[in-house]
Structure formats: structure tokens, C-alpha cells
Design a protein around this ligand. Structure first.
Ligand code: NAD
Ligand code: APR
Length: 246
């Protein structure tokens, strides 16, 4: 077995499920009910550039609701365990998240250690000047961009059909990884769903920690099924007990 020094962790919605944030593709997952007409929309219908163009109010309301809901949730044991790993692991560690919440940061991870490949709810992106501004309130109603003054703010979220963030740096980290660990993601959305195969291609061991078998389970050397709040602290404690081997 190859010695482990560099770890890449990929997280998905399952990491935050026990904090009370619904996942996307499991029973009870995120469906957006537009109270204006009572229609339920899937994430794919609400989160596209075309949806923003067609019905900006609908998209802004959906993300305003998700942003507001952050006030009611807190990091769980899995977030805290990853923060502990970041503080104590003596090898390399890259944390890539598809989650747009800020629970990893609130568990104590430094902002620059968390690569939000799908963007973040706590930021607004100006379509006029390109500036990103920390944002806690609502975007529906068209508040002005604090930088250029134009009312052109949108959620700083990667919509379907847009380019995820940090792809070059993620690819480089996967190429250097000795261990790739996927936590709480269904493996349904690319490019994140392909990271396990990239990591394997470069020789990494691969481990999946998920509630259910995922679309990518066959690509992992090992899959442990269970709740992230249990599995992640166990895995972190085991890694720290051994330490990085160089
Ligand atoms: P897709 O699989 O069709 O396309 C992936 C996108 O990533 C493409 O736009 C492509 O340009 C880019 N891409 C693929 N491989 C790349 C690489 N190696 N380097 C750089 N860029 C690469 O997926 P999609 O349906 O277009 O979704 C795009 C992303 O937006 C997904 O990651 C999705 O999860 C995300 N998204 C997030 C939310 C949210 O609410 N958090 C909502 C919608 C979409
Ligand atoms: N512990 C561990 N895993 C869990 C838990 C839990 N407590 N609860 C649910 N899960 C698992 C589910 O079994 C499922 O496989 O988390 C996974 C969540 O999958 P999705 O809902 O598809 O979420 P995710 O993989 O993050 O979605 C990817 O799709 O809509 C886009 O951009 C959005 O970032 C998101 C991307």
C-alpha cells in the first residue's frame, strides 16, 4: 500500500445534511416551491443562466431563501472533524467542496483552505463590473452593487452550464494526491463526479464515505456507508493516529 502524505477531500451536500440542510437528489431533497404560483422546481430548473434571464425573481428568491436559512444551521461533527484534520494533519491537505454553505468555515477552517468549486451563498456577483461582495441579505428587488452602483447583483453560485471554480488547482492537487476521499456526494454532477477517476489515474487510493452507494461507488477502492457525522470523525481520528508518512 502506498504511503499517505497528500490528501484531497471532496465534499457534497451529504456533509451538511445532519446540520439540517436538505440534499439535492435524495428523498426530501431540494425542490423549490415558488409561492407565487405554487409550482415546484428542481435545482436544475432554477440554477441556470437561462432561468436567471427568464425569471430573475424566481432565481433570486430561491437563493435568498437558502442564504437566509444559513442563520438556522450550525456545523456538525463531520465539519468539526475536517477542521481538526486541517489543523493537525502534518502532510498536504486540499479540501474541495460542492457545498455553497459556509459550515466548514464556521467549524474553524480558514477561508482560504476551503475551495468552493460551485461558489458560495455568502457572496454576490455583479454582472456589470464583475466584483464579488460579501452578502448576507436578499438580492431580490435589485440592490445596487457596492462597487459600481449598478443594480446587477446575482448569487455568486456556479449555475449548470457555467465553469466551476479552481479547476486547474484541483487537477494539480488530484495529480499529487496519495488519498482521495469523497464525502456525502451522489456522484451525479460533473466535473466533481470525475475526480475519483482522475485521482486513481494518478495513483491515489480512493475512499468514499456516504450514506448510500453513489453513482461512482464502483470507482472507489473502498466505500463506507453511514452518516458523515459518524464516519468522518472516525476516519479523521484514524488518519491522525498514524500521521503522514513521507
Ligand atoms: P456539466 O457536467 O454539463 O458541465 C460541467 C461544466 O464544467 C462545464 O461548464 C465545463 O465547461 C466545465 N468543466 C468540465 N470539465 C472541466 C475542466 N476539466 N476544467 C474546467 N472546467 C471544466 O455540468 P453542468 O450541468 O453544466 O453544471 C455546472 C456546475 O454548476 C456543476 O458543477 C454543478 O454542480 C454546478 N451547479 C451548482 C448549483 C448550486 O446550487 N450549488 C446549481 C447548479 C449547478
Ligand atoms: N452522511 C453522509 N452522506 C449523506 C448523508 C449523511 N448524513 N445524508 C445524505 N448523504 C448522501 C446521500 O446518500 C447522497 O449520495 O449525500 C449525497 C448527496 O447527494 P446530492 O444530493 O446529489 O448532493 P451533491 O452530490 O452535493 O450534488 C452535487 O449538484 O445540484 C448540484 O451544485 C449542486 O453541488 C451540488 C451538486
Amino acid at each position: 500500500m502506498r504511503e499517505i502524505c497528500n490528501i484531497v477531500v471532496l465534499t457534497g451536500a451529504g456533509l451538511s445534511a445532519e446540520s439540517g440542510i436538505p440534499t439535492f437528489r435524495t428523498v426530501g431533497g431540494v425542490n423549490y416551491w415558488d409561492t407565487a404560483d405554487g409550482t415546484a422546481y428542481t435545482i436544475e430548473e432554477v440554477c441556470t443562466p437561462e432561468a436567471l434571464e427568464r425569471d430573475e425573481g424566481l432565481v433570486q428568491r430561491f437563493y435568498d431563501g437558502r442564504r437566509a436559512a444559513l442563520a438556522d444551521v450550525a456545523p456538525n461533527a463531520a465539519h468539526h472533524a475536517l477542521a481538526r484534520l486541517a489543523a493537525e494533519w502534518d502532510g498536504g491537505l486540499t479540501i474541495v467542496t460542492q457545498n455553497v454553505d459556509d459550515l466548514l468555515e464556521r467549524a474553524g477552517l480558514p477561508v482560504e483552505r476551503v475551495w468552493h468549486m460551485h461558489g458560495t451563498l455568502r457572496s454576490a456577483l455583479c454582472r456589470a463590473c464583475g466584483a464579488r461582495t460579501a452578502w448576507d441579505g436578499a438580492l431580490e428587488g435589485g440592490p445596487a452593487c457596492p462597487v459600481c452602483g449598478v443594480a446587477a447583483l446575482r448569487p455568486d453560485i456556479v449555475f449548470f452550464g457555467e465553469m466551476p471554480h479552481h479547476m486547474d488547482a484541483i487537477e494539480a492537487a488530484l495529480a499529487d494526491a496519495d488519498l482521495f476521499v469523497s464525502i456525502g456526494t451522489s456522484g451525479a454532477v460533473y466535473p466533481a463526479a470525475g475526480f475519483v477517476q482522475t485521482a486513481r489515474h494518478y495513483g491515489a487510493q480512493t475512499l468514499e464515505l456516504n450514506l448510500d452507494p453513489s453513482a461512482g461507488s464502483i470507482f472507489f477502492d473502498e466505500t463506507r456507508l453511514g452518516r458523515a457525522g459518524t464516519l468522518v470523525p472516525e476516519w479523521v481520528a484514524a488518519m491522525l493516529a498514524v500521521g503522514a508518512l513521507r
